[in-house]
Write a protein that binds this ligand. Structure first.
Ligand code: FES
Length: 325
């Protein structure tokens, strides 16, 4: 929808919200989905981290970090808030605890009814569980649903351990009575937690991507091989990014990926020439909840996980020394 504004030093997010447009992560810069076409607006770091360079050239920008000063016409690709909420009689819910954000959603008839992209939650079991209960119940109330049939729960191993109390690793989909975890649904579907560092959040990001693809997301690195899914985790430190840069270089050198992608805001990966990719997490949540074939595919993926111990790898050490010089 084309819109013209003539304002002084005004937040574009506020202007668009006043027009009824909805910002998926409330303008927190976490989702990369508040897209507009506005070639006249300068490209920001946030644009570069979420939007592929071809689209940037066509004028695609994010709306939530822009300030308008003077007259400008934009094409807004965001959805407007629908005032009439259609009620749902049966549905599934999901909560995915990622590193820097939490996804909460409601699904009915294989379609997302609503998804909330919220900031990351503290890792202690009371706040994680209370968060999942509170946010899903609010969605149920909004759509007139008494209770979800299944609630899918996935996340980093640490957060899933904190939320459920399950310490051991497992590489299968586990469906249990919801009252075991005090969740507002009939059943809880726990996604695999194949190693101490690799959890269902990464599997949801990788599921369905082609063999030979490298994916970088936050502190996760993954390469999809034909028989193995090689994974590593390195926390990016913007003051001293050497270990992170060395891990990027290591994955590219060792696996020679056919495609190298990053998901979410990641200046280091963007500078290393990786291509920005939309997150597949939501799409795969729907796939896994609606298809046993996809569930089986996810389990096969979990069994392929090989966690790399980079600190013990001579090649990685050499790259780190070279990069640190
Ligand atoms: S609303 Fe999520 S990045 Fe702008």
């Amino acid at each position: 929808m084309k819109l013209t504004f003539n304002n002084t030093n005004a937040s574009l997010r506020v202007l668009l919200e006043n027009e009824g447009f909805v910002f998926p992560c409330n303008g927190k810069g976490l989702c990369g989905r508040c897209r507009i076409i506005a070639p006249d607006l300068p490209i920001t770091d946030k644009d570069r981290t979420f939007i592929p360079s071809d689209d940037l050239k066509k004028g695609v920008r994010l709306a939530c970090d822009k300030v308008i000063d003077g007259e400008i016409t934009i094409d807004c690709l965001l959805e407007k808030r629908t005032e009439k909420v259609s009620k749902v009689s049966e549905g599934d819910a999901y909560v995915v605890f990622e590193e820097d954000r939490s996804l909460v959603g409601l699904i009915a008839d294989g379609e997302i009814v609503e998804e909330l992209v919220l900031p990351s939650v503290d890792t202690d079991f009371r706040s994680l569980r209370a968060f999942a209960q509170r946010e899903t119940i609010e969605l149920y109330e909004k759509y007139g649903l008494a209770k979800a049939t299944v609630m899918l729960l996935a996340g980093t191993p640490q957060k899933i351990t904190e939320c459920t109390g399950i310490i051991e690793e497992y590489d299968y989909v586990n469906t249990v009575e919801a009252n075991l975890f005090d969740m507002p649904s009939e059943e809880v579907c726990l996604l695999p937690k194949p190693t101490a560092l690799i959890g269902g959040d990464l599997l949801l990001e990788v599921l369905g991507r082609a063999e030979g693809t490298m994916v970088v997301k936050g502190s996760y690195f993954a390469f999809i091989g034909d028989t193995e899914l090689y994974c590593a985790r390195v926390i990016p430190n913007l003051n001293n990014p050497a270990t992170y840069v060395a891990t990027l270089a290591y994955f590219i050198k060792r696996f020679n990926p056919a495609t190298a992608l990053y998901v979410g805001a990641n200046v280091i990966a963007a500078n290393a020439g990786l291509r920005s990719s939309e997150s597949l997490v939501t799409k795969n949540v729907v796939n896994v909840l609606s298809s046993n074939r996809q569930k089986a595919k996810l389990e096969r993926l979990a069994k392929k996980v090989v966690e790399l111990s980079l600190a013990d790898d001579e090649d990685w050490q050499n790259l780190l020394t070279e990069i640190s010089k």
